[in-house]
Design a protein around this ligand. Structure first.
Ligand code: DQQ
Length: 536
C-alpha cells in the first residue's frame, strides 16, 4: 500500500520519527512551555518507552531536546510511563511518573530538574528514594497502577495526587498525600472509584469556575464556587465527570452518578486518548493536550517510520451550568493562518455543494456558522441514540435539518471524502439536540484503515443561540480536528486519502443534504502555514 511523507502533519505535534503516545507532564515554567511525551527511541511501534522532551514559547513551534527521563534504574528499567509535572511551593518543578520495574510491577517515581538555571530544564535527576510509591495495599493489582496526576494542595497544606488503579477488579483514582513530594502515604479511601469499569488510565483532576474560561491553579487554594472535574481514560476514549471536591471527606463527589459508562461525557468523540491538562500561568487558562494514534495498519507505521501525533492544545473550561466542558484550539494556532477566503450570506438548498476554493485544502482552518430555517419541522430526538452515537451517524438518513456541514480532503470524483456534519433533532420547545458526526467511511480508497463514523450530541438552546450551529475544523493532512457548537463536541480524526498523495489534489465543500435550506451567515477559511515542530 502507499505510505507517504505527505501524511505527516504540518502543525500538529510530532517528532521527526518513531512512535509517540501520551502527553506527559505539560507545564509552563519560567517563560517556557514544556511538553514531554511517551516515545519509543527505537521504532514506530509501542515499546522501550522513555519521556521525550520539547520546549516552546508559543505552544505552536517546538524545539526538540534529548529525552528527559530514560530507563536507567531498577524502578523504571522496563518503561518510563505516563506522569505529570507539578510546580512546588518553592517554585521548583517536580515530575512524578510510573515506572515498570525489574519485575514489571508498576511503581511511582519522582524526578527533579538538575539545574534550575538551564532555561530548558534539559536534565532531570532521579533521587535514590525511588520508587516513592509501591504497588501495595489491599486489593491493588500491581500490574494496573499508574499515571499519577499533577499535585494539588489539600486544606491541611499537604500535597495530594491521584493514581489510576484497579482495586478488587474495579477502577479507582487512588489518593496519596505528601509534605515534600518524595515521601507519600496512601489515604485510606480513593479520590473516587467506580465499579462501572475495571481500570482508569491517565486520571486528570482539576478545578474550574463555572462559566469562566480562565483556569485555576491547582498549586493554590481553590476559590469558593469552583467545581472539580475528574477525567479518566478507558474504552479507548477520555471521559469525565463534573462534581465537587468535598474537603471534609477529601474526595471527589460527582454531581450525578451515571451507571452506564457509555453515557459518560467525553473530552473528544473521535481519536483522542490519555489527555492531560495544565494551568498556564502565562495566560491564566487551562490547556489540555491529548494523543491521537494512527488509524492505518502497523505495517504502514513501520513503513512510514513514525506513528502518533498530539491534538492541537486546547483551552478547556466549564460551561456556566457546570454540565459540560468546552474546548477551543489555543489562540496561538491562529498565528499560522495565511491566505484567507470569506463568504457571507450564502444559502445552501437541499443537495447544494459549495466549493471552498483558493486556499490550501491540505492545511486549513475553517470556521462556518450554519443557520437553520423553519426549525419547527425537526425530527424527534430519541434518547436511546446516546448509547451508540456512532451507529446513529452511520444509519441516520437525510431529514429536515441535516446532514449539513463540511466535506474535506475530497478527491475530484468524490470517491474519497471525509465529511464533518450535523443533524438537528427536536427535544423540547426550548432545546434541540444536535448530532455531530465525522464520517470517515469514504475517507480513503486504501485498504486496512480504520474508518468509523464518529459522533457526539450537544444541546442547542433555541432561546440563547437562535438556530446557529457553528463548526470549526482544522485540516492538517492526515489530521481532521473539529469543534462543534463553539467547542461542545470535539472530534479528532485521522484519514489517509490516496488523493492526498496524487497530483490531482483534494477539494473542500460546504454542503446541505437536509430538506430545509440552511443559511451560512459566515464562512471563513485560511490556509495554514507549516509550524516549526521538532525539526531535526
Ligand atoms: N500509556 C502509558 C501508560 C498509560 C497508557 C504507557 C495510556 O502509562 O496508562 O505508554 O495510553
Amino acid at each position: 500500500s502507499i505510505v507517504s511523507s505527505k501524511y505527516r502533519t504540518a502543525y500538529h505535534f510530532q517528532p521527526p520519527k518513531n512512535w509517540i503516545n501520551d502527553p506527559n507532564g505539560p507545564m509552563y515554567y519560567n517563560g517556557i512551555y514544556h511538553q514531554f511525551y511517551q516515545y519509543n527511541p527505537n521504532g514506530s511501534l509501542w515499546g522501550n518507552i522513555v519521556w521525550a522532551h520539547s520546549v516552546s514559547t508559543d505552544l505552536v513551534n517546538w524545539i526538540r531536546l534529548a529525552p528527559a527521563i530514560e530507563r536507567t534504574t531498577p524502578s523504571d528499567i522496563n518503561g518510563c510511563w505516563t506522569g505529570s509535572a507539578t510546580i512546588l511551593k518553592s517554585g521548583r518543578p517536580a515530575i512524578i511518573y510510573t515506572g515498570a520495574d525489574t519485575e514489571k510491577r508498576q511503581v511511582q517515581n519522582v524526578a527533579f530538574p538538575k539545574n534550575l538555571s538551564d532555561p530548558y530544564l534539559r536534565e532531570w535527576v532521579k533521587p535514590h528514594d525511588n520508587p516513592v510509591i509501591q504497588p501495595v495495599g489491599r486489593g491493588l493489582n500491581p500490574g494496573q497502577f499508574r499515571d499519577p496526576t499533577t499535585g494539588w494542595i489539600g486544606p491541611d497544606g499537604l500535597w495530594r495526587i491521584a493514581v489510576g488503579a484497579e482495586v478488587d477488579g474495579h477502577s479507582a483514582a487512588l489518593l496519596y498525600e505528601s509534605e515534600d513530594f518524595v515521601r507519600w502515604d496512601r489515604v485510606d479511601h480513593p479520590l473516587y472509584s467506580s465499579n462501572a469499569s475495571a481500570m482508569w488510565e491517565c486520571p486528570d483532576f482539576f478545578a474550574a469556575m463555572p462559566g469562566e474560561n480562565s483556569g485555576l491553579d491547582m498549586s493554590a487554594a481553590v476559590p469558593d464556587g469552583a467545581k472539580h472535574v475528574l477525567k479518566m481514560s478507558l474504552d479507548g476514549s477520555d471521559k469525565y465527570m463534573v462534581g465537587v471536591y468535598d474537603l471534609k471527606g477529601d474526595a471527589f463527589v460527582p454531581d450525578t452518578v451515571i451507571e452506564d459508562r457509555r453515557l459518560w461525557s467525553r473530552i473528544d468523540y473521535g481519536n483522542y486518548y490519555a489527555s492531560k491538562s495544565f494551568f498556564d500561568s502565562k495566560k491564566g487558562r487551562r490547556v489540555i493536550w491529548g494523543w491521537t494514534n494512527e488509524t492505518d495498519s502497523s505495517s504502514d507505521d513501520v513503513a512510514k517510520g513514525w506513528a502518533g501525533i498530539h491534538a492541537i492544545p486546547r483551552t478547556i473550561w466549564l460551561d456556566k451550568d457546570s454540565k459540560q466542558l468546552l474546548q477551543w484550539p489555543v489562540e496561538e494556532i491562529e498565528s499560522l493562518r495565511g491566505k484567507q477566503v470569506r463568504h457571507q450570506g450564502l444559502e445552501l438548498r437541499k443537495g447544494d455543494l459549495f466549493e471552498i476554493k483558493e486556499i490550501d485544502t491540505l492545511q486549513a482552518d475553517v470556521e462556518i456558522d450554519f443557520e437553520l430555517t423553519s426549525i419547527g419541522s425537526a425530527d424527534p430526538f430519541d434518547p436511546s441514540w446516546l448509547l451508540d452515537i456512532e451507529k446513529q451517524c452511520r444509519e441516520a438518513g437525510a431529514s429536515a435539518h441535516g446532514p449539513f456541514g463540511l466535506v474535506v480532503l475530497a478527491s475530484e470524483s468524490m470517491e474519497e471524502h471525509t465529511s464533518v456534519h450535523f443533524r438537528v433533532y427536536y427535544r423540547s420547545q426550548e432545546k434541540h439536540m444536535v448530532l455531530m458526526c465525522a464520517d470517515l467511511r469514504k475517507s480513503s480508497l486504501r485498504p486496512e484503515l480504520y474508518t468509523p463514523a464518529y459522533g457526539g450530541f450537544f444541546e442547542l438552546d433555541l432561546e440563547k443561540e437562535k438556530t446557529v450551529v457553528s463548526l470549526r475544523t482544522l485540516i492538517d493532512r492526515s489530521a481532521v480536528e473539529s469543534f462543534g457548537g463553539g467547542g461542545r463536541v470535539c472530534i479528532m480524526a485521522r484519514v489517509y486519502p490516496a488523493a492526498l498523495v496524487d497530483d490531482g489534489g483534494t477539494r473542500m465543500y460546504a454542503f446541505n443534504n437536509g430538506t430545509s435550506t440552511v443559511r451560512v451567515p459566515r464562512l471563513e477559511a485560511w490556509s495554514m502555514r507549516r509550524a516549526q515542530v521538532n525539526k531535526g
